[in-house]
Design a protein around this ligand. Structure first.
Ligand SMILES: [Zn+2]
Length: 223
């Protein structure tokens, strides 16, 4: 009889971590599988969160600015197929969400959708991955509530002024019954001018939801 019994699942996780070590999303150093960042990067986390208003006056909070180690982390997550980072980012997002929206009780967590052509190209919608992980931590169900049915120019390629018109009419509600009378938390990866989140929130409002709060991983400071 072995003196030490190793649980099958624990062993699988251990082997997986040896082959694919968990990395700090901000610097790439190997960290323990239950950590969400290395100590050095945690030391650089902002002490307070960022608050912005999306178009239409919907409040949005973010734990990070879109600069330095944080923009590097989110770019690696978005463009380099580091899907696993969603889990670690969500821990920090949920700390920020709980601090700011402490008096809100959400019924649904949802995300800013991506056009299916873009999902095919990238392999995933990073906002959806963040929203699904936040939903697990917050214990609030995740639903796809919106779809992007028209392609538009990427928001980063148009001027701040054009961003609002660029997102008009590209999203629609999937099922109004699913959002009617609900308190919704909508998540995106980055908030810049807030046109995209604002347009999504507007459609959810028109679909009859009760309240909407927004959260993004990074907030771009605009001069
Ligand atoms: Zn680090």
């Amino acid at each position: 009889m072995p003196t030490q019994y190793i649980n099958g699942n624990k062993l699988k996780t251990h082997i997986k971590n040896l082959i694919f070590p968990v990395r700090c999303p901000y610097c790439g150093n190997v960290i323990l599988s239950d950590e969400y960042a290395c100590k050095n990067c945690i030391g650089q986390f902002p002490k307070s969160y960022y608050k912005k208003y999306a178009a239409g006056g919907y409040q949005c909070v973010s734990p990070f600015p879109y600069s330095g180690i944080f923009s590097r982390g989110v770019k690696n997550f978005k463009f380099n197929r580091n899907k696993n980072y969603a889990k670690q980012f969500a821990v920090v997002m949920c700390q920020c969400i709980s601090k700011n929206y402490y008096d809100c009780s959400f019924d649904i967590v949802t995300c800013v959708p991506m056009h299916k052509k873009m999902i095919r190209k990238r392999g995933y919608n990073q906002a959806e991955l963040l929203a699904r992980e936040c939903s697990k931590i917050l214990g609030v169900p995740y639903y796809d509530t919106l779809e992007k049915f028209k392609m538009n120019k990427p928001q980063h390629s148009v001027s701040a002024k054009e961003r609002e018109t660029n997102v008009k009419g590209v999203f629609r509600a999937i099922d109004k019954n699913c959002v009617a009378d609900k308190n919704i938390l909508i998540i995106d990866d980055i908030i810049t001018t807030g046109s995209t989140l604002g347009e999504c929130a507007k459609i959810l409002t028109k679909s009859g939801c009760k309240t909407i709060c927004c959260a993004a991983l990074c907030s771009v400071e605009i001069d």
